[in-house]
Design a protein around this ligand. Structure first.
Ligand SMILES: Nc1nc2c(c(=O)[nH]1)N=C([C@H](O)[C@H](O)COP(=O)(O)OP(=O)(O)OP(=O)(O)O)CN2
Ligand SMILES: [Zn+2]
Length: 138
């Protein structure tokens, strides 16, 4: 029986965002999101860890070629998100608050169709050194 192994690729991108709910008053936004509701946005150095789990290919010894994985992440996430304003520049956040949770879900939805369906995919996103999220949850 082939062994199942988890493969990780660590990347980073810098982006600006504003946490805001347009359905709420300015006061409620300020109360809930605090400094993250700054109308002039603020930035984070996001650390992104992509996890791929699958059976080892006996011929290559790979679950997925890291070079291929790296290119998929670069072409579909980093080239789109790095040095961008998530609220203004990224279509997926036009009507979606760019919280760490929502960014992780959006990245998953972008990458899932690009990676073999037999391989499991998980996104871990660090918004700050101490704040991070994972999607999906087992
Ligand atoms: N569940 C979530 N909570 C919060 C999110 C989020 O995306 N999901 N985001 C924020 C802010 O955008 C930001 O992450 C907070 O930044 P900051 O306070 O600077 O970060 P730290 O908590 O790491 O800094 P401390 O020094 O520990 O205060 C807020 N909440
Ligand atoms: Zn923030």
């Amino acid at each position: 029986m082939a062994h199942k192994v988890a493969v990780f690729r660590k990347e980073h991108f810098n982006a600006a965002h504003r946490l805001h709910n347009p359905a709420w008053s300015e006061e409620k936004n300020e109360e809930v999101f605090g400094k993250c509701n700054n109308p002039n946005f603020h930035g984070h150095n996001y650390e992104l860890i992509i996890q791929v789990i699958g059976e080892l290919n006996k011929e290559t010894g790979f679950v997925i070629d890291m070079k291929v994985l790296s290119s998929i992440i670069k072409d579909n996430v980093l080239d789109r998100f790095d040095h961008k304003n998530l609220n203004l520049d990224i279509e997926e956040f036009r009507n979606l608050n760019p919280s760490a949770e929502n960014i992780a879900v959006v990245i998953y939805d972008i990458l899932r169709p690009k990676i073999d369906a037999e391989l499991a995919l998980k996104i871990r996103l660090y918004e700050t050194e101490r704040n991070f999220v994972e999607y999906p949850v087992d």
